[in-house]
Design a protein. Structure first.
Length: 191
């Protein structure tokens, strides 16, 4: 199946070729031979909506680890741009400014990322949370010009130890991704 931009979307059962990808804090095995990998595609460094979502993941990271899942978040920003925004995250963060992984996994960009009314409340909540963090000097101001644009759509993949895609979700707006409850329920059904 192809995306609206012509990219190929992965299907259940697709095999991911083994490789190591560079995260901000070291190398990540994809697939991980010892646990499932939740590979999620986010937007740009400092994206308020992504920050809101990743904060919910960070709060429940111990539950995710207990379920034998490795969390990996991919951004289409450079590593230097990402570091100030992701320093508190307890999981791997990958900089993919050339969008190589985005292309491989069929994650796309669309104006509907911001236009869907279901995204408006999370946008407001994310902006307010980021503004509070900026005022408390806990994060820098997001650049108005972001690498890769501001219209990215999220995508989530659950990848088995052998590289099979066990579950996937392509978002229809910027806050259309798996929650921690969704992730844990999916992993429970698979095991």
């Amino acid at each position: 199946m192809r995306t609206s931009s012509g990219r190929l979307r992965l299907k259940l059962g697709h095999m991911i070729a083994p490789r190591q990808i560079t995260a901000l804090d070291g190398m990540v095995d994809l697939p991980d031979p010892n646990r499932l990998v939740h590979l999620q595609f986010r937007r740009f460094a400092g994206c308020p909506v992504c920050d809101l979502h990743l904060h919910s993941i960070a709060q429940r990271h111990d539950e995710i680890v207990s379920a034998r899942i490795r969390e990996v978040a991919v951004f289409h920003s450079g590593a230097d741009d990402l570091r100030p925004f992701t320093i508190e995250l307890p999981f791997a963060v990958v900089a993919d400014p050339e969008k190589r992984l985005y292309t491989e996994f069929g994650a796309e960009t669309s104006p509907r990322a911001l236009l869907n009314p279901r995204a408006w409340l999370p946008i407001l909540r994310g902006v307010l949370r980021s503004l509070g963090r900026i005022l408390r000097d806990r994060q820098p101001v997001t650049s108005l010009r972001s690498q890769g644009g501001k219209l990215g759509l999220p995508a989530d993949f659950l990848i088995a130890e052998d590289g099979r895609v066990l579950a996937c979700h392509y978002g229809e707006h910027i806050y259309d991704q798996w929650s921690v409850d969704d992730l844990l329920a999916l992993s429970g059904k698979i095991r």
